[in-house]
Design a protein around this ligand. Structure first.
Ligand code: CTP
Length: 399
């Protein structure tokens, strides 16, 4: 997989720079053609000589380097199969998001058309700063893949998110980036977010779903090579890069949109929190207060159950958000709706469920007539989505 692959590792100035040494050494051992570009600050944390020894190639640091090793350093380094940024500092992300190229590494990023795999590492406050988060969002929209920083004790002693992801996780993501996506050629329909069921022109019945889990899965499906259609209920999240998005409001609109696309897709993942009930009548004018009011509700159509009745060769995945008896309810939904897989979460647990950036999941799926279970401990919705796509791809291969 690595033979003949040109990888440029860009190392920015953070304490995690020393961990890049292990990754560069591993890439060299795997047979990759690895070049290193370092910022001057990175060289304060790890020496260019170490990186030269590990990569087997001269290390570039200066955009004006006219030595014989490089023709035009940032252009030579930009021409690669993968641009790996390890670690990426807040400053590097800001420069990349805004098109600055005032040193060798940022100029290399500007000059490159290669896929970018970026592992940020910085202090929690810098990572959470709205400017950094906005820069990450901009870069994601341009197609960059991020390896999220981990939680734990940082170099300064504080606890929080910001430390470089585990080296083993970085290696796995590099392998994934160089491989053809496991879902290449598959068409995935995903739903996300809540639905709003209008009572009158200004009021609706909704729920706490933010859409974060469904949107993270749409991004992960895209990164795994699938063609993705996201049918989203009302959510404030921006469209994920490379994903076709169709926005709807009510359960009925979602039902219609899903059925319109059903025949053309291979996999359906219903992550949306679809309302089970809607008002029997929608008042055309705003209801004025007058004593007691009661609302008559009628059932919405169960989209997933209706798909399960016409399953054909589709791979159907549902969600079960519960507060008790998680696995029993999840298994009941798996069977009742004729699904291949159900992703269950106990929304009463800290770190799981609505609106947050993390989740804790248990997945039940059928394989060779048996019911199997895979647990995913507390982690970001983005990371667990990536693992779920790998599981779905394996199940499709086994089918
Ligand atoms: N779902 C659907 N159409 C609906 C309601 C739910 O497709 N009208 C899907 C959801 O997207 C999710 C799964 O079904 O994948 C959730 O199952 P459901 O039985 O509706 O969950 P709850 O409403 O939480 O179940 P219950 O009230 O029976 O506990």
């Amino acid at each position: 997989m690595f033979k003949g692959k040109k990888i440029t590792a860009g190392i920015a100035g953070g304490i995690a720079a020393y961990k890049a040494a292990e990754v560069v050494s591993w890439l060299k051992q795997q047979g990759a053609d690895i070049s290193v570009a370092m910022t001057k600050n990175a060289a304060e944390f790890i020496t260019p000589l170490s990186m030269k020894t590990l990569s087997g190639r001269p290390v570039a640091m200066d955009i004006m380097d006219t030595s014989s090793d490089w023709h035009v350093p940032h252009v030579d380094l930009a021409d690669c199969d993968l641009l790996l940024l390890l670690p990426a500092t807040a400053n590097l992300l800001a420069k990349a998001a805004h098109g600055l190229g005032d040193d060798l590494l940022s100029a290399t990023i500007l000059a490159s058309n290669a896929p970018v795999l970026c592992a940020p590492a910085m202090h929690t406050n810098m990572y959470n700063n709205p400017a950094t988060q906005e820069n990450i969002r901009i870069l994601q929209q341009r197609g960059w893949s991020f390896i999220e920083p981990g939680w734990g004790r940082l170099a300064c002693g504080a606890l929080g998110q910001g430390r470089l992801a585990d080296v083993e996780q970085i290696k796995e993501r590099i392998r994934d980036s160089l491989q053809e996506g496991p879902l290449k050629g598959k068409r995935i329909l995903l739903t996300a977010g809540p639905t709003h069921e209008y009572i009158d022109p200004v009021r609706f019945l909704g729920n706490r779903s933010s859409g974060k889990m469904g949107y993270a899965m749409a991004e992960a499906a895209r990164a795994a090579g699938a063609e993705v259609l996201l049918i989203s209920g009302p959510s404030s999240l921006p469209d994920p890069a490379g994903v076709r998005v169709h926005r709807v409001v009510s359960a009925q609109e979602m039902y219609d949109a899903v059925w319109k696309e059903y025949e053309d897709c291979d996999i359906v993942i219903m992550a949306a929190a679809v309302a089970d009930y809607r008002p029997a009548h929608v008042e055309p004018n705003k209801i004025k207060k007058s004593g007691e009011q009661s609302l008559q509700l009628v059932r919405t159509r169960d989209i997933l159950a209706s798909l399960g009745e016409h399953k054909g060769s589709h791979f159907l995945v549902g969600f079960a958000a519960e507060t008790n008896d998680l696995l029993a309810y999840a298994q009941d939904k798996l069977e009742r709706k004729n699904l291949d897989m159900i992703i269950a979460n106990d929304v009463s647990q800290a770190g799981a469920g609505f609106d947050g950036d993390t989740n804790i999941l248990s997945v039940l799926y059928r394989q060779d007539g048996s019911l199997l279970r895979q647990d995913y401990p507390l982690q970001s919705k983005k990371e667990v989505s990536r693992q779920l796509m790998a599981l779905i791809a394996r199940q499709l291969e086994n089918a």
